[in-house]
Each structure stands twice: as structure tokens, then as C-alpha cells.
Design a protein around this ligand. Structure first.
Ligand SMILES: [Ca+2]
Ligand SMILES: [Ca+2]
Length: 154
């Protein structure tokens, strides 16, 4: 019984850490490419506007970067899945060291795509959107469910 309980509890622990171990099983994963600038580099999942541009001071979830292979993985927090939302992932230099991405802090680009969580799979502005998590390029959904290869570039 005890062994079963531990196995069942493990995924919850991973999800609540926001990272680690089994990147492909989390909602969004990818690599951070290029040479990071000097300073304290952090990653965050950040609320974005309808064009995918990150908004400082809005919803943020910190992500831990695996230093050895520069890969990250993160789950959308459960309460973010209660409504439709636009998000993006940034690596950034935390210049004021407050653990948050702020406007003006140097950050990675993400090849023009962004993340859309949609509760009912209905969004008149995005073609091919499905219920749940979508990667969207321009106005077209290109990946659904677990989003892999969501790479960031300095
Ligand atoms: Ca900051
Ligand atoms: Ca919708």
C-alpha cells in the first residue's frame, strides 16, 4: 500500500515544483538556445496579450532551468486552466532580482509563437484551436496538448 501511495504522489510533486525530470510529460517544454547575457537568468511563464506579447506584472509562474542541458518544462498552474488565456515563456535577466520578469529586462525571443489555453475550443480569431493548450503562430494553432520543442533564443 505504501509503495502505491508514493507512486501516485510523485506526479503531483513534480507538477507543483513546476519542473524537473520528465519534461515531455509537462504542459510546455523546450530548450534555451544561444549565449545568455551576464546577470541572473531566470525563466517564467507569463501572461500575454492577444498577440502573444508578454505583460510584465501580470500572471507569472517561475520555472527552474536544468543547468546541465538548458532544458525546461512547466505545467500551467491549475487555476490558470479555469478560463481562456494567452501566455508565453521567457528567459530573462532579473536585473532588479525580484524573481519576476519586469518590462525592460533583457529577455529571449520565441520565434513568433505563443500559448493559448482555451476552455471550450472556441476562439473566432484563431483557426484550428482546440480545447486545452495550443501553440499558436500568427492566427493559426500549430500544436495541441503537450507543447514540446518550445525553444527560446537569446
Ligand atoms: Ca525582475
Ligand atoms: Ca474559448
Amino acid at each position: 500500500m505504501k509503495k502505491l501511495f508514493l507512486l501516485a504522489a510523485a506526479p503531483l510533486t513534480l507538477a507543483s515544483c513546476g519542473l524537473i525530470g520528465l519534461p515531455q510529460s509537462l504542459d510546455v517544454s523546450g530548450s534555451v538556445l544561444g549565449t545568455p547575457p551576464a546577470g541572473t537568468v531566470r525563466l517564467a511563464l507569463v501572461g500575454a496579450n492577444a498577440s502573444g506579447v508578454v505583460q510584465d506584472g501580470s500572471q507569472q509562474a517561475a520555472i527552474t532551468l536544468s543547468p546541465s542541458d538548458k532544458r525546461y518544462a512547466v505545467d500551467l498552474p491549475a487555476d490558470w486552466k479555469q478560463k481562456d488565456g494567452y501566455y508565453n515563456v521567457v528567459a530573462y535577466v532579473d536585473a532588479d532580482n525580484d524573481g519576476m520578469y519586469d518590462a525592460g529586462e533583457q529577455s529571449t525571443s520565441h520565434q513568433g509563437s505563443y500559448l493559448v489555453y482555451d476552455v471550450d475550443g472556441q476562439n473566432a480569431l484563431i483557426s484550428g484551436i482546440r480545447a486545452g493548450l495550443n501553440e499558436v503562430k500568427g492566427t493559426t494553432a500549430v500544436q495541441w496538448g503537450k507543447i514540446g520543442g518550445y525553444d527560446l533564443t537569446w
